[in-house]
Design a protein around this ligand. Structure first.
Ligand code: SF4
Length: 88
């Protein structure tokens, strides 16, 4: 799979015993298999996915339900990559 778009979002969560979980989320979009059905644009509630001049644009800073957006894609052109790590 050739990754055309890669974006990331970092969330942190402080736990009771002085350790922090760092969650890094990446949105991976494969333009080569995208059929431009625009289902993801229609499902986007907060402008996280837009379509302009024949191109899809992803703004990972928007509070979308990214898992649902990835799941709605009929050809699996959107994937979510997560990396959780714990820091003391
Ligand atoms: S739902 Fe999938 S195939 Fe349809 S426009 Fe979005 S990324 Fe492309």
């Amino acid at each position: 799979m050739r990754i055309i778009k890669s974006a990331s979002k970092v969330n942190t969560e402080i736990l009771p015993r002085d350790c922090v979980i760092i969650r890094v989320m990446k949105i991976l979009y494969d333009e080569k298999i995208c059929v431009r059905c625009l289902a993801c644009v229609g499902e986007s509630e907060f402008g996280g996915v837009t379509y302009e001049r024949g191109q899809l644009h992803f703004d990972e800073a928007r509070p979308e339900d990214w898992e649902s957006l990835a799941a709605i894609c009929p050809v699996a052109a959107i994937k979510i990559s997560r990396d959780d790590s714990e820091v003391d």
